[in-house]
Ligand binder design. Structure first.
Ligand SMILES: Cc1ncc(COP(=O)(O)O)c(C=O)c1O
Length: 427
Protein backbone atom coordinates (compact mmCIF):
# COMPACT_ATOMS: atom_id res chain seq x y z
CA UNK A 1 0.00 0.00 0.00
CA UNK A 2 2.77 2.42 0.97
CA UNK A 3 4.38 1.94 -2.42
CA UNK A 4 1.15 2.15 -4.41
CA UNK A 5 0.61 5.85 -3.83
CA UNK A 6 2.68 8.64 -5.38
CA UNK A 7 4.65 10.68 -2.88
CA UNK A 8 6.82 13.77 -2.70
CA UNK A 9 10.33 12.73 -1.61
CA UNK A 10 12.32 14.81 0.87
CA UNK A 11 14.40 17.04 -1.44
CA UNK A 12 18.19 16.81 -1.28
CA UNK A 13 18.36 20.57 -0.84
CA UNK A 14 15.53 22.08 1.16
CA UNK A 15 13.02 24.23 -0.68
CA UNK A 16 12.60 27.94 -0.03
CA UNK A 17 9.90 28.91 2.45
CA UNK A 18 7.77 30.50 -0.30
CA UNK A 19 7.98 27.36 -2.41
CA UNK A 20 6.97 25.13 0.51
CA UNK A 21 4.02 27.32 1.39
CA UNK A 22 2.97 27.48 -2.26
CA UNK A 23 3.00 23.67 -2.42
CA UNK A 24 0.97 23.42 0.77
CA UNK A 25 -1.59 25.83 -0.59
CA UNK A 26 -1.74 23.92 -3.85
CA UNK A 27 -2.37 20.65 -2.00
CA UNK A 28 -5.02 22.33 0.10
CA UNK A 29 -7.04 23.16 -3.03
CA UNK A 30 -8.37 19.60 -2.93
CA UNK A 31 -9.70 20.02 0.62
CA UNK A 32 -13.17 21.10 1.66
CA UNK A 33 -13.40 24.88 1.84
CA UNK A 34 -14.93 25.19 5.32
CA UNK A 35 -14.53 28.98 5.27
CA UNK A 36 -17.34 29.15 2.71
CA UNK A 37 -19.78 27.80 5.35
CA UNK A 38 -20.74 24.74 3.30
CA UNK A 39 -19.09 22.14 5.52
CA UNK A 40 -21.52 20.64 8.06
CA UNK A 41 -19.06 18.24 9.65
CA UNK A 42 -15.59 18.10 11.20
CA UNK A 43 -15.05 21.86 11.51
CA UNK A 44 -16.45 24.35 14.03
CA UNK A 45 -15.86 27.98 13.23
CA UNK A 46 -16.53 31.08 15.30
CA UNK A 47 -15.43 33.34 12.46
CA UNK A 48 -12.22 34.82 11.04
CA UNK A 49 -11.32 36.94 14.03
CA UNK A 50 -11.33 33.99 16.45
CA UNK A 51 -9.55 31.87 13.85
CA UNK A 52 -6.70 34.38 13.60
CA UNK A 53 -6.33 34.42 17.38
CA UNK A 54 -6.16 30.61 17.39
CA UNK A 55 -3.42 30.73 14.75
CA UNK A 56 -1.41 33.24 16.81
CA UNK A 57 -1.76 31.17 19.98
CA UNK A 58 -0.79 27.99 18.09
CA UNK A 59 2.35 29.56 16.72
CA UNK A 60 3.31 31.10 20.08
CA UNK A 61 3.51 27.57 21.49
CA UNK A 62 4.59 25.63 18.41
CA UNK A 63 7.80 24.26 19.99
CA UNK A 64 6.91 23.80 23.66
CA UNK A 65 6.14 20.32 24.96
CA UNK A 66 2.95 19.77 26.92
CA UNK A 67 4.43 16.66 28.54
CA UNK A 68 6.43 18.59 31.09
CA UNK A 69 4.72 21.39 32.97
CA UNK A 70 7.75 21.78 35.22
CA UNK A 71 9.74 23.04 32.25
CA UNK A 72 6.76 24.98 30.87
CA UNK A 73 4.61 26.00 33.85
CA UNK A 74 2.43 28.24 31.69
CA UNK A 75 1.10 25.10 29.99
CA UNK A 76 0.14 23.71 33.39
CA UNK A 77 -1.67 26.95 34.22
CA UNK A 78 -3.60 26.92 30.96
CA UNK A 79 -4.53 23.25 31.38
CA UNK A 80 -5.80 23.91 34.85
CA UNK A 81 -7.88 26.87 33.64
CA UNK A 82 -9.41 24.87 30.80
CA UNK A 83 -10.25 21.84 32.97
CA UNK A 84 -11.60 23.94 35.85
CA UNK A 85 -13.77 26.11 33.59
CA UNK A 86 -15.12 23.08 31.77
CA UNK A 87 -15.96 21.42 35.09
CA UNK A 88 -17.77 24.57 36.23
CA UNK A 89 -19.85 24.62 33.03
CA UNK A 90 -20.80 21.00 33.73
CA UNK A 91 -22.10 21.57 37.23
CA UNK A 92 -18.97 20.74 39.25
CA UNK A 93 -19.44 23.73 41.57
CA UNK A 94 -23.05 22.88 42.37
CA UNK A 95 -23.70 21.22 45.75
CA UNK A 96 -25.12 18.01 44.24
CA UNK A 97 -21.84 17.35 42.41
CA UNK A 98 -20.13 16.64 45.73
CA UNK A 99 -17.63 19.45 45.10
CA UNK A 100 -14.69 17.14 44.27
CA UNK A 101 -14.78 16.92 40.47
CA UNK A 102 -11.31 16.56 38.93
CA UNK A 103 -10.07 15.97 35.44
CA UNK A 104 -7.49 16.19 32.70
CA UNK A 105 -6.96 17.60 29.27
CA UNK A 106 -6.81 15.08 26.42
CA UNK A 107 -6.15 15.28 22.69
CA UNK A 108 -9.80 14.94 21.68
CA UNK A 109 -13.12 13.28 22.29
CA UNK A 110 -11.84 9.84 21.38
CA UNK A 111 -9.00 10.04 23.88
CA UNK A 112 -11.37 11.30 26.59
CA UNK A 113 -13.56 8.25 26.01
CA UNK A 114 -10.55 5.92 25.89
CA UNK A 115 -9.41 7.32 29.22
CA UNK A 116 -12.85 7.04 30.81
CA UNK A 117 -13.11 3.38 29.76
CA UNK A 118 -9.57 2.56 30.92
CA UNK A 119 -10.23 4.25 34.24
CA UNK A 120 -13.45 2.24 34.67
CA UNK A 121 -11.58 -0.96 33.83
CA UNK A 122 -8.89 -0.19 36.39
CA UNK A 123 -11.44 0.65 39.07
CA UNK A 124 -13.12 -2.70 38.36
CA UNK A 125 -9.80 -4.55 38.52
CA UNK A 126 -8.42 -2.91 41.63
CA UNK A 127 -11.53 -2.24 43.67
CA UNK A 128 -14.06 -4.81 42.56
CA UNK A 129 -11.83 -7.67 41.44
CA UNK A 130 -13.64 -7.99 38.12
CA UNK A 131 -11.24 -9.50 35.57
CA UNK A 132 -13.52 -9.44 32.52
CA UNK A 133 -15.49 -6.22 32.79
CA UNK A 134 -18.39 -5.18 30.58
CA UNK A 135 -19.66 -1.76 29.59
CA UNK A 136 -23.21 -1.22 28.37
CA UNK A 137 -23.78 1.47 25.72
CA UNK A 138 -26.44 2.18 23.13
CA UNK A 139 -25.87 1.66 19.41
CA UNK A 140 -25.78 5.43 19.15
CA UNK A 141 -22.80 5.88 21.51
CA UNK A 142 -19.69 7.03 19.67
CA UNK A 143 -17.50 4.50 17.83
CA UNK A 144 -14.68 5.45 20.21
CA UNK A 145 -16.31 3.21 22.85
CA UNK A 146 -15.80 0.22 20.56
CA UNK A 147 -12.22 1.34 20.03
CA UNK A 148 -11.72 1.68 23.79
CA UNK A 149 -13.16 -1.78 24.43
CA UNK A 150 -10.85 -3.18 21.77
CA UNK A 151 -7.76 -1.41 23.13
CA UNK A 152 -8.37 -2.18 26.79
CA UNK A 153 -9.87 -5.65 26.62
CA UNK A 154 -13.26 -4.70 27.94
CA UNK A 155 -16.42 -6.31 26.63
CA UNK A 156 -18.70 -3.77 25.03
CA UNK A 157 -22.39 -4.54 25.01
CA UNK A 158 -24.22 -2.39 22.48
CA UNK A 159 -27.99 -2.37 22.84
CA UNK A 160 -30.59 -0.96 20.43
CA UNK A 161 -31.94 2.54 20.99
CA UNK A 162 -35.63 3.14 21.61
CA UNK A 163 -38.08 4.42 19.00
CA UNK A 164 -37.01 7.98 19.86
CA UNK A 165 -33.39 7.01 19.05
CA UNK A 166 -32.40 7.52 22.70
CA UNK A 167 -31.21 5.06 25.31
CA UNK A 168 -33.99 2.81 26.53
CA UNK A 169 -33.24 2.36 30.23
CA UNK A 170 -35.15 -0.91 30.55
CA UNK A 171 -33.06 -2.40 27.72
CA UNK A 172 -29.94 -1.10 29.47
CA UNK A 173 -30.99 -2.66 32.75
CA UNK A 174 -31.67 -6.01 31.08
CA UNK A 175 -28.24 -5.94 29.41
CA UNK A 176 -26.36 -5.37 32.67
CA UNK A 177 -24.74 -8.33 34.44
CA UNK A 178 -22.57 -8.77 37.54
CA UNK A 179 -19.58 -7.94 35.36
CA UNK A 180 -20.99 -4.61 34.16
CA UNK A 181 -18.82 -1.79 35.41
CA UNK A 182 -20.20 1.22 33.57
CA UNK A 183 -23.16 2.50 31.59
CA UNK A 184 -22.98 5.38 29.14
CA UNK A 185 -25.28 8.15 27.97
CA UNK A 186 -24.61 10.79 25.32
CA UNK A 187 -25.51 14.46 25.47
CA UNK A 188 -26.11 14.64 22.59
CA UNK A 189 -25.39 11.55 20.48
CA UNK A 190 -23.35 12.07 17.34
CA UNK A 191 -25.57 10.12 14.89
CA UNK A 192 -28.90 11.87 15.63
CA UNK A 193 -28.12 14.73 17.99
CA UNK A 194 -30.61 13.49 20.59
CA UNK A 195 -29.88 13.67 24.31
CA UNK A 196 -30.15 10.39 26.21
CA UNK A 197 -32.20 10.25 29.47
CA UNK A 198 -29.11 10.87 31.59
CA UNK A 199 -30.92 11.09 34.95
CA UNK A 200 -32.51 7.66 34.39
CA UNK A 201 -29.22 6.10 33.25
CA UNK A 202 -27.43 7.57 36.28
CA UNK A 203 -30.17 6.30 38.60
CA UNK A 204 -29.70 2.82 37.13
CA UNK A 205 -25.95 3.10 37.75
CA UNK A 206 -26.48 4.19 41.35
CA UNK A 207 -28.90 1.36 41.97
CA UNK A 208 -26.45 -1.19 40.59
CA UNK A 209 -23.41 0.43 42.24
CA UNK A 210 -21.61 0.96 38.92
CA UNK A 211 -20.10 3.92 37.06
CA UNK A 212 -21.95 6.19 34.64
CA UNK A 213 -20.15 8.16 31.93
CA UNK A 214 -21.86 11.04 30.13
CA UNK A 215 -20.36 11.64 26.70
CA UNK A 216 -20.81 15.39 26.30
CA UNK A 217 -17.99 15.65 23.74
CA UNK A 218 -20.45 17.34 21.42
CA UNK A 219 -22.61 19.06 24.02
CA UNK A 220 -20.18 20.11 26.73
CA UNK A 221 -19.79 23.62 25.34
CA UNK A 222 -23.25 23.77 23.85
CA UNK A 223 -25.90 22.46 26.25
CA UNK A 224 -24.81 24.70 29.19
CA UNK A 225 -25.40 27.73 26.98
CA UNK A 226 -28.67 26.40 25.59
CA UNK A 227 -29.76 26.04 29.23
CA UNK A 228 -28.84 29.68 29.90
CA UNK A 229 -30.75 30.73 26.80
CA UNK A 230 -33.81 28.93 28.18
CA UNK A 231 -33.82 26.56 25.20
CA UNK A 232 -32.92 23.31 26.97
CA UNK A 233 -33.85 22.12 30.44
CA UNK A 234 -33.03 18.43 30.71
CA UNK A 235 -30.38 17.72 33.39
CA UNK A 236 -27.31 16.03 31.92
CA UNK A 237 -24.23 16.74 34.04
CA UNK A 238 -22.60 16.39 37.48
CA UNK A 239 -25.66 17.93 39.12
CA UNK A 240 -27.19 14.46 38.71
CA UNK A 241 -26.12 12.07 41.48
CA UNK A 242 -24.76 8.92 39.85
CA UNK A 243 -22.93 10.62 36.97
CA UNK A 244 -19.34 9.59 37.69
CA UNK A 245 -17.46 10.88 34.65
CA UNK A 246 -17.96 13.20 31.70
CA UNK A 247 -16.18 14.18 28.50
CA UNK A 248 -16.41 17.57 26.76
CA UNK A 249 -14.54 18.69 23.64
CA UNK A 250 -13.16 22.21 23.58
CA UNK A 251 -12.31 21.64 19.92
CA UNK A 252 -15.96 21.27 18.99
CA UNK A 253 -18.40 23.89 20.35
CA UNK A 254 -15.63 25.50 22.44
CA UNK A 255 -14.52 26.71 18.98
CA UNK A 256 -10.86 25.93 19.77
CA UNK A 257 -8.25 24.45 17.44
CA UNK A 258 -8.18 20.68 17.06
CA UNK A 259 -6.53 18.66 19.79
CA UNK A 260 -8.27 19.57 23.06
CA UNK A 261 -10.92 17.77 25.07
CA UNK A 262 -11.53 17.37 28.79
CA UNK A 263 -12.33 14.23 30.76
CA UNK A 264 -13.75 14.78 34.24
CA UNK A 265 -14.34 12.46 37.21
CA UNK A 266 -16.66 12.98 40.12
CA UNK A 267 -13.98 12.23 42.73
CA UNK A 268 -10.26 12.51 43.20
CA UNK A 269 -10.06 8.74 43.79
CA UNK A 270 -11.61 7.99 40.41
CA UNK A 271 -9.45 10.56 38.62
CA UNK A 272 -6.22 9.13 40.01
CA UNK A 273 -6.81 5.89 38.11
CA UNK A 274 -6.09 7.80 34.90
CA UNK A 275 -2.57 8.81 35.89
CA UNK A 276 0.20 6.57 34.65
CA UNK A 277 3.49 6.50 36.55
CA UNK A 278 6.60 4.35 36.36
CA UNK A 279 10.12 4.41 37.69
CA UNK A 280 11.31 1.29 35.89
CA UNK A 281 13.50 2.98 33.29
CA UNK A 282 16.81 4.76 33.29
CA UNK A 283 15.18 8.07 32.35
CA UNK A 284 13.87 8.57 35.88
CA UNK A 285 10.37 8.78 37.33
CA UNK A 286 7.85 9.18 34.51
CA UNK A 287 4.28 10.39 34.98
CA UNK A 288 1.66 11.13 32.37
CA UNK A 289 -2.08 11.77 32.39
CA UNK A 290 -2.69 11.12 28.69
CA UNK A 291 -2.10 8.46 26.03
CA UNK A 292 0.62 10.53 24.40
CA UNK A 293 3.96 11.36 25.97
CA UNK A 294 5.14 14.46 24.16
CA UNK A 295 2.10 16.65 23.58
CA UNK A 296 1.64 19.68 21.38
CA UNK A 297 1.25 22.80 23.50
CA UNK A 298 -0.15 24.93 20.67
CA UNK A 299 -3.71 23.51 20.86
CA UNK A 300 -3.70 24.00 24.64
CA UNK A 301 -2.75 27.66 24.20
CA UNK A 302 -5.35 28.06 21.45
CA UNK A 303 -8.07 26.49 23.62
CA UNK A 304 -7.18 28.81 26.49
CA UNK A 305 -7.21 31.76 24.10
CA UNK A 306 -10.63 30.76 22.72
CA UNK A 307 -12.18 30.56 26.19
CA UNK A 308 -10.74 33.87 27.29
CA UNK A 309 -11.48 35.73 24.07
CA UNK A 310 -14.97 34.43 23.35
CA UNK A 311 -16.08 34.65 26.99
CA UNK A 312 -19.41 33.51 28.41
CA UNK A 313 -21.34 36.21 26.54
CA UNK A 314 -19.63 35.23 23.30
CA UNK A 315 -20.51 31.56 23.78
CA UNK A 316 -24.11 32.50 24.43
CA UNK A 317 -24.23 34.39 21.14
CA UNK A 318 -22.44 31.65 19.18
CA UNK A 319 -24.84 29.09 20.64
CA UNK A 320 -27.85 31.26 19.81
CA UNK A 321 -26.61 31.66 16.21
CA UNK A 322 -25.90 27.95 15.72
CA UNK A 323 -29.15 26.88 17.39
CA UNK A 324 -31.31 29.32 15.41
CA UNK A 325 -29.73 27.99 12.24
CA UNK A 326 -30.17 24.35 13.26
CA UNK A 327 -33.83 24.98 14.05
CA UNK A 328 -34.26 26.70 10.68
CA UNK A 329 -32.56 23.75 8.95
CA UNK A 330 -34.85 21.33 10.74
CA UNK A 331 -37.94 23.31 9.76
CA UNK A 332 -36.66 23.55 6.18
CA UNK A 333 -36.08 19.80 5.94
CA UNK A 334 -39.51 19.05 7.40
CA UNK A 335 -41.11 21.38 4.86
CA UNK A 336 -39.74 19.29 1.96
CA UNK A 337 -42.05 16.49 0.93
CA UNK A 338 -40.53 13.06 1.34
CA UNK A 339 -37.92 14.08 3.93
CA UNK A 340 -37.90 13.63 7.68
CA UNK A 341 -35.59 14.54 10.55
CA UNK A 342 -34.63 11.48 12.60
CA UNK A 343 -35.79 11.73 16.22
CA UNK A 344 -36.19 15.01 18.08
CA UNK A 345 -32.75 16.66 18.22
CA UNK A 346 -32.82 19.58 20.68
CA UNK A 347 -29.41 21.10 19.94
CA UNK A 348 -27.49 21.72 16.71
CA UNK A 349 -26.75 18.25 15.35
CA UNK A 350 -29.29 16.37 13.29
CA UNK A 351 -29.76 13.60 10.76
CA UNK A 352 -32.38 13.43 8.06
CA UNK A 353 -33.47 11.07 5.34
CA UNK A 354 -36.26 9.79 3.17
CA UNK A 355 -39.62 9.07 4.76
CA UNK A 356 -39.89 6.21 2.31
CA UNK A 357 -36.57 4.89 0.93
CA UNK A 358 -38.44 3.19 -1.90
CA UNK A 359 -39.53 6.62 -3.16
CA UNK A 360 -36.40 8.68 -2.51
CA UNK A 361 -32.73 7.74 -2.08
CA UNK A 362 -31.15 10.16 0.38
CA UNK A 363 -27.63 9.23 -0.77
CA UNK A 364 -28.62 10.31 -4.26
CA UNK A 365 -29.75 13.61 -2.75
CA UNK A 366 -26.42 13.76 -0.90
CA UNK A 367 -24.46 13.28 -4.12
CA UNK A 368 -26.38 16.11 -5.71
CA UNK A 369 -25.67 18.37 -2.73
CA UNK A 370 -21.99 17.43 -2.88
CA UNK A 371 -21.87 18.45 -6.53
CA UNK A 372 -23.29 21.82 -5.41
CA UNK A 373 -20.36 22.15 -2.97
CA UNK A 374 -22.05 21.03 0.28
CA UNK A 375 -20.35 18.63 2.66
CA UNK A 376 -22.59 16.44 4.82
CA UNK A 377 -21.76 13.02 6.25
CA UNK A 378 -23.70 9.89 5.36
CA UNK A 379 -25.02 7.40 7.89
CA UNK A 380 -26.93 4.17 7.64
CA UNK A 381 -29.53 2.06 9.47
CA UNK A 382 -31.52 3.92 8.10
CA UNK A 383 -29.70 5.79 5.31
CA UNK A 384 -29.43 9.43 6.37
CA UNK A 385 -27.45 12.61 5.88
CA UNK A 386 -25.91 14.23 8.92
CA UNK A 387 -25.42 17.91 9.70
CA UNK A 388 -23.47 19.53 12.49
CA UNK A 389 -24.52 23.17 12.46
CA UNK A 390 -22.03 25.62 13.95
CA UNK A 391 -21.84 29.40 14.10
CA UNK A 392 -19.62 29.54 11.00
CA UNK A 393 -22.08 27.61 8.82
CA UNK A 394 -25.25 29.28 10.16
CA UNK A 395 -25.51 31.92 7.43
CA UNK A 396 -25.43 29.23 4.72
CA UNK A 397 -28.43 27.33 6.03
CA UNK A 398 -31.07 29.09 3.86
CA UNK A 399 -29.00 28.22 0.76
CA UNK A 400 -28.58 24.64 1.92
CA UNK A 401 -32.36 24.33 2.30
CA UNK A 402 -32.84 25.83 -1.18
CA UNK A 403 -30.38 23.40 -2.75
CA UNK A 404 -31.81 20.48 -0.78
CA UNK A 405 -35.27 21.24 -2.11
CA UNK A 406 -33.92 21.34 -5.67
CA UNK A 407 -31.90 18.17 -5.12
CA UNK A 408 -34.92 16.17 -3.93
CA UNK A 409 -36.86 17.17 -7.05
CA UNK A 410 -33.90 16.69 -9.39
CA UNK A 411 -32.90 13.18 -8.31
CA UNK A 412 -36.40 11.76 -8.59
CA UNK A 413 -36.13 8.00 -8.12
CA UNK A 414 -32.41 7.78 -9.00
CA UNK A 415 -30.39 5.59 -6.69
CA UNK A 416 -26.74 6.27 -5.86
CA UNK A 417 -24.40 3.41 -6.75
CA UNK A 418 -22.05 4.29 -3.89
CA UNK A 419 -23.61 3.17 -0.59
CA UNK A 420 -20.52 3.74 1.58
CA UNK A 421 -20.72 5.63 4.86
CA UNK A 422 -17.06 5.82 5.88
CA UNK A 423 -16.28 8.39 8.56
CA UNK A 424 -12.58 8.60 9.34
CA UNK A 425 -9.54 6.95 7.76
CA UNK A 426 -8.95 3.29 7.03
CA UNK A 427 -5.51 3.28 5.47
C1 LIG B 1 -20.65 12.41 21.02
C2 LIG B 1 -19.23 12.30 20.54
N1 LIG B 1 -18.34 11.61 21.27
C3 LIG B 1 -17.06 11.48 20.88
C4 LIG B 1 -16.61 12.04 19.71
C5 LIG B 1 -15.19 11.82 19.29
O1 LIG B 1 -14.49 13.04 19.24
P1 LIG B 1 -13.15 13.22 18.43
O2 LIG B 1 -13.50 13.08 16.98
O3 LIG B 1 -12.71 14.58 18.83
O4 LIG B 1 -12.19 12.19 18.85
C6 LIG B 1 -17.51 12.74 18.91
C7 LIG B 1 -17.09 13.32 17.64
O5 LIG B 1 -17.84 13.84 16.86
C8 LIG B 1 -18.85 12.89 19.33
O6 LIG B 1 -19.76 13.56 18.61
Amino acid sequence: MLNDLPHTPIPQHGLAREEVLAQLLAMKQRDQDWRGGRVFSLVYSAGDEVHELLQDALSLYSAENGLNVLAFPSIGTMQHDIVKNTATLLGADEPTSGGCVEGYLTSGGTESLLQAVKTARDVARHERWIRHPQIVVAESAHAAFTKAADYFDVELIRVPVGADLRVDVTTFDEACTDATIMVVGSAPTYPHGVVDPIADIAALALRRGILCHVDACMGGFLLPFLVRLGRFSQPFDFRIPGVTSMSADVHKYGYASKGVSVVLYRTHELARHQVFTTSDWLGGFYASTTMAGTRPAGPIAAAWAALMHIGLDGYLELTRTAHDAAQALRAGIESIEGLEVRGDPPATVLAFGARDPAVLDIFSVGERLASDGWYLDRQNRPDSLHATVHAGSAASVPYLIRDLRHAVTAVGKARAADRSTTYGQSG
